[in-house]
Design a binder for this molecule. Structure first.
Ligand SMILES: Cc1cc2nc3c(=O)[nH]c(=O)nc-3n(C[C@H](O)[C@H](O)[C@H](O)COP(=O)(O)OP(=O)(O)OC[C@H]3O[C@@H](n4cnc5c(N)ncnc54)[C@H](O)[C@@H]3O)c2cc1C
Length: 355
């Protein structure tokens, strides 16, 4: 096929980029080996405006969320699927006995944020009642985060795949021919390649030395009686509990920095199960146990740009733990660079690493 751009990797980054470029009239060809599990397929798609013990807003959150919402709504109309859903997140406060007075700290922090006009619209007043009685272990108090959302990433990948030229194979770097006028790969040609390989970027001969700091995560899919868990909120108490459908709850995750492969590690799965069982109070069966690796970067910012010597080679990666909110903005930055040569935002440009 004669394309304008090859995209290597059909995860969230590559799929949103493929859609954005096709909307602008470009012909793309996506390569993906489609392993049984990937980071994008495993992610819960949570978009949480305030995170951590200090309830800090995520980096440039308002800007990225508005951009993401607008893009996902356009994708929904174009692809005829539901992808993006506004949500609430209930956070259980830690028990009073927890380390270093964590419960009191969170309570104080929550009250302080409620009085801050930059945060007040995102948080509801602290409450003593759980969102649903008897579903989770009791906590001293609960806080509801408003303005959260969830993206159905697997559905997005499948929908983009249906309308995008696609080659199911592991891209062989050695078979890529790079010339001044363009690139070719086997029987295909294009003007440039964008590598969107997630954690597999470490093997890439042109971009592999960028400072990725990958974090593996384990997830359980819990199966329960239909309708047991209301579909309208996500729950966080050490772990996230996210209803995927009327019978399945996503439960995770952990951060493993030292690992040898992407497979679930028995000791990590056991630890996750123990934590899940201490929080979830109703009968369930384990429907699935999964692991995948997040493409996190040392400075926690995405990786975008053009190779300094090979002008036909580009990268879009490093979406880290927040792909759902970052992907549309990053894909648009990349499309602007590819189509009009507009420099990408300095905070995400790979030139920050001396490239
Ligand atoms: C447990 C877990 C929970 C998460 N939860 C959330 C969440 O709630 N909210 C959120 O926003 N983010 C979450 N994330 C992060 C999110 O998944 C990522 O930010 C995002 O999916 C990264 O997308 P990507 O396309 O860059 O990478 P990937 O999803 O890893 O996609 C890369 C693709 O490239 C393909 N590929 C790589 N090399 C080659 C090659 N040589 N040839 C062909 N194909 C290749 C791979 O097969 C893969 O399909 C979570 C991640 C994990 C692991």
């Amino acid at each position: 096929m004669k394309a304008d751009f090859f995209i290597v990797g059909g995860g969230l980054a590559g799929s949103v980029l493929a859609w954005v470029l096709q909307q602008r009239g470009s012909r793309v060809l996506v390569f993906d080996a489609e392993p049984p599990m990937s980071c994008s397929r495993l992610a819960a798609g949570i978009i949480n405006p305030v995170t951590g013990k200090r309830l800090v807003k995520s980096w440039r959150f308002e800007e990225f969320l508005a951009f993401a919402k607008n893009t996902y709504r356009q994708m929904e109309r174009d692809l005829q699927v539901d992808l993006f859903q506004p949500h609430r997140i209930f956070r259980a406060f830690p028990p009073a006995s927890s380390a270093e007075g964590e419960s009191m700290n969170l309570r104080n922090q929550w009250s302080m944020r409620l009085g801050d006009e930059a945060y007040a619209h995102l948080l509801a007043p602290i409450q003593s009642e759980p969102p649903e009685p008897g579903l989770f272990r009791a906590a001293p108090a609960y806080g509801c985060i408003r303005g959260a959302a969830r993206l159905d990433i697997p559905r997005l990948l499948d929908a983009v795949r249906k309308c995008t030229p696609f080659v199911r194979e592991n891209f062989d770097y050695g078979a890529l021919q790079i010339r001044a006028e363009g690139v070719s790969y086997k029987e295909h040609s294009a003007s440039a390649v964008v590598f969107c390989e997630g954690y597999a970027m470490r093997e890439n001969p042109w971009f592999g030395h960028l400072p990725l700091n990958p974090a593996k995560g384990h997830v359980l899919h819990l199966q329960m009686e239909s309708g047991m868990y209301e579909q309208r909120y996500m729950y966080k108490d050490e772990l996230y509990f996210v209803p995927l459908d009327t019978e399945t709850v996503w439960c995770g995750s952990d951060y493993v920095w030292d690992f040898v492969d992407e497979q679930p590690q028995p000791e990590r799965v056991k630890a996750l199960r123990t934590r899940a069982e201490s929080i979830w109070r109703k009968p369930y069966k384990t429907k699935g146990v999964f692991a995948a690796v997040r493409p996190t970067v040392k400075d926690r910012r995405p990786l975008l740009g053009r190779h300094p010597e090979q002008e036909r080679l580009y990268i879009l990666n490093g979406l880290g733990t927040k792909g759902s909110s970052l992907a549309p903005w990053c894909a648009t930055q990349m499309a602007d660079l590819l189509l009009s040569g507009k420099a990408v935002d300095r905070e995400v440009d790979i030139r920050r690493f001396g490239y």
